[in-house]
Design a protein around this ligand. Structure first.
Ligand code: F1X
Length: 396
């Protein structure tokens, strides 16, 4: 069994989750991006080269003069020149997205500069029937007593994380195929629940500033925004800060443009969703809700290595709500450890109280009670990677 300090997750073991991401998810994503845009021949050649390199070649550096090239060269020391299947999983995935953006000309200069290669997928989701239904459901939540609203909106933000578009490339179009073998409502699969101390912490804090470190756009970001609105409206937060990605990442990760798209989508809906959108729009223009996009949000590193300016910013949080699977890997370290390793100890470096909301979609698992772990192992399911189980971990 792994030591408490853990063994880094690497890609090399055929059939492992990390291996399937590099061997199957990334090639499928390159194909989908190519099909979604009429890229000119030079962009298609660059995509071909990336496809070939990631399947059979060694990791190549970014071209000279690339945006952030110096930083990536530093982060890539010891990895560039090796097979993609020999390097740490977290680094390989992050660098793959940076290289994909290079291949499609996202950083320019040129006509494809700033064109988000994942925008068509995000847009389709935002205009889909699921979002319509989820926005309509907000009218019902509005009629509930406050504590029930608290729980419903926290659960919405938590389970919104299951709607990640990268995960759906692996799980099948619906994103539900990985859930076979489970039963009951999604809520019945919360396998660690620290929501009560989280709400107590907010109630005990005066003039709270709530940070939310976002993960995916669309079906995840909408409930995240709704949760922030609820905290602001009910006086549990005086201010809110939303951290998004500075550029497209992991397919559906939220950027500033996605925040605006979500608000516009909500504003087109009738009822409660529209009201919330207008309130959030005003909160943004008044500075009560701030959006930040720090470069470290797309770094291939754990949060323990965050730079001083980000640490100083997060230190202002009464609580930082950190969303999703990738952020969770970065919070606790992308390492194999006994799943009963306490979450609080692994995140003691974090500069503020912390709430992690995550559905499990990779091998990393910590913070579980021994009986919970035993029950999960008894299911015989690949419970770490199906997206059917979730954790709410709070570290005061
Ligand atoms: O961070 P998210 O959106 O919840 O999930 C990201 C994800 O789809 O990508 C990684 C593997 O590619 C895993 O961490 C997870 O499966």
């Amino acid at each position: 069994m792994a030591e408490a300090s853990g063994v880094p997750v690497i890609v090399s073991e055929p059939g492992s989750f990390a291996w399937t991401v590099l061997a199957e998810r990334h090639p499928a994503l390159i194909r989908q991006v190519r099909d979604a845009f009429p890229y000119p021949p030079e962009r298609q050649l660059a995509l071909d080269a990336l496809q070939e390199e990631t399947a059979h070649g060694v990791v190549e550096p970014l071209p000279a003069g690339a945006v952030g090239g110096g930083q990536w060269a530093e982060w890539g020391r010891g990895h560039v020149g090796r097979s993609w299947f020999e390097v740490p999983f977290l680094w390989a995935e992050s660098y793959f997205y940076r290289r994909l953006l290079e291949a499609v000309g996202y950083f320019g200069p040129g006509p494809w500069q700033g064109v988000d290669p994942f925008a068509p997928f995000k847009r389709a989701e935002l205009n889909g029937p699921e979002v319509e239904g989820e926005l309509a459901a907000l009218d019902e939540v509005a009629g509930l007593p406050r504590e029930a609203q608290d729980q419903a909106l926290l659960a919405g933000s938590l389970w919104g994380n299951r709607a990640d578009l990268g995960f759906r490339i692996s799980a099948g179009e619906s994103g539900e195929s990985g859930t076979s073998g489970t039963s009951g409502t999604a809520e019945s699969h919360v396998i660690a629940d620290d929501s009560a101390p989280f709400w107590r912490h907010l109630a005990d804090s005066a003039a709270a500033t709530v940070y939310l470190v976002a993960d995916n756009a669309g079906r995840e970001l909408i409930p995240d925004l709704v949760l922030l609105d609820h905290l602001l409206c009910t006086g549990r937060a005086d201010r809110a800060v939303l951290h998004v990605k500075p550029y497209p990442y992991y397919v559906s990760d939220a950027t500033t443009a996605d925040v605006v798209d979500c608000l516009r989508r909500m504003a087109q809906a009738p009822g409660r969703a529209r009201e919330i959108a207008h309130r959030l729009w005003s909160a943004l223009t008044a500075g009560r809700l701030a959006v930040r996009a720090h470069p470290f949000s797309c770094a291939p590193l754990p949060y323990a290595d965050m730079p001083g300016d980000l640490r100083a910013d997060l230190a202002h949080a009464t609580v930082a709500v950190v969303k999703g699977d990738l952020n969770y890997r970065r919070l606790v370290g992308d390492r194999r450890r006994p799943p009963t390793t306490p979450f609080g100890g692994l995140t003691s470096y974090f500069p503020s109280p912390l709430l992690a909301l995550r559905t499990l979609k990779c091998d990393v698992a910590v913070g579980l009670a021994p009986p919970t772990l035993a029950a999960l192992e008894n299911t015989g399911e690949p419970w770490r990677t199906t997206g059917s189980y979730a954790v709410i971990h709070f570290r005061p």
